[in-house]
Design a protein around this ligand. Sequence first.
Ligand code: SF4
Length: 440
Amino acid sequence: MMVFVERTYHIWTIGCQMNEADSRKVAAQLEALGYAPARHAEEASLVVLNTCVVRQQAEDRAVRRLHPLKALKRKKPGTVIALMGCMVSPRELPELKQRFPWVDVFAPPSDTAPLLDHVEAAHGKTRRAERDAIQDGGPVLPVSQQARAVTAYVPVVLGCSHGCTFCVIPGRRGRERSRPPEEILREARRLADQGVREITLLGQIVDRYGLDLDGKPDLAGLLEQISAIPEVLRIRFLTSHPNWLTDRLLDAVARLPKVCPYIEVPFQSGNDEILARMKRGYTADDYRRLVGRIREKIPDAAVLTDIIVGFPGETEAQFMDSYRLLDELRLDVAHVAQYSVRPGTVAARTMDDDVPPEEKERRWQMLENRQTEIQAEKNATLLGRTVEVLAEERAKNGRWRGRTPQNKLVFFEGDGDWLGREASVTLDWTGPFTLIGHCA
Ligand code: SF4
């Protein structure tokens, strides 16, 4: 039987790394106010759903989660239900309140203030100074995670002002804003003090970091400053945009040993006409040249891409341009998505979603199949090699689970406590998605 306990919270998260970072912040703030984590929503006095609307599927999953909470609220009227993330935008708020009257708090992405206001009103115990400390200088990791969190996301650029025609993010996360470097460094130092060994800097276009700040600090400078924190072993950043991945940034990746040779940079389509209608701002050849530049400056770099199939009006020939680009570049990972109409976007307003679902599925499957083969072939070249793996946790099968600097997932056998340490691992088995090895 599940037991309802006062001052317990349960967070359900879906979506990107930014949402994961926001959920971690909420958990840390709630724990600082005396809340303890609950495994199930039914046991918690406060339930937070942190949502994503990038694809219809993600939004549907959040709605499916919301409905059972109505019954929960009826059974236990004291339960506080909070809806957070990209589903919550000022424009959608009146409709959301009408659709989900059992939700007590609505908090936009990355903004925990409405939730803290509600908790404050409910308990009346948080003093202003306490509240400020929690929001600005307080714990960055929830106490319940401090002993085991090896990696952490740190948002550095919030929102996006680019306006790709398919993308709902600018309307939900607002215009692009960079966080001040001193605030980011403070957070990175506190995370390192709490045991974090790998920090990933986040932004929708992370390479644009600092362009809106006085003095124009940049991502290369930030990587350099975080590298100086002794406890931090690895630094990553994502997501890049082909137009903003400068030589200065690539040189910093090549030069700074703690910065991982790993670049996430979507191409979205291999066809120039589709790219123009997506308003991406580059051509397929620009992307080819960029990958060449990355490989020239950082020969061991892994590159991840995102691709959309079935964009409005995408013909078979245009899709095949994407297929050929994927086949030619042999990148390390490709996240392939089927286009889905997102209300409020330029594409939703002005373009016809005319590629049938079964055709989107077929195109998606073709790219998935080819990319899986590429990954299997590329990873097979690592067989018998020794790689450095930062251990993130002990898996259920008793092996350690961690990642190489190129972000490849590795399970390895190793005596002793490797948590948060880098192990030299010789690879005995490789597959398209994981590698298995033993301590060298
Ligand atoms: S760059 Fe384009 S796809 Fe990425 S968040 Fe901004 S608008 Fe969306």
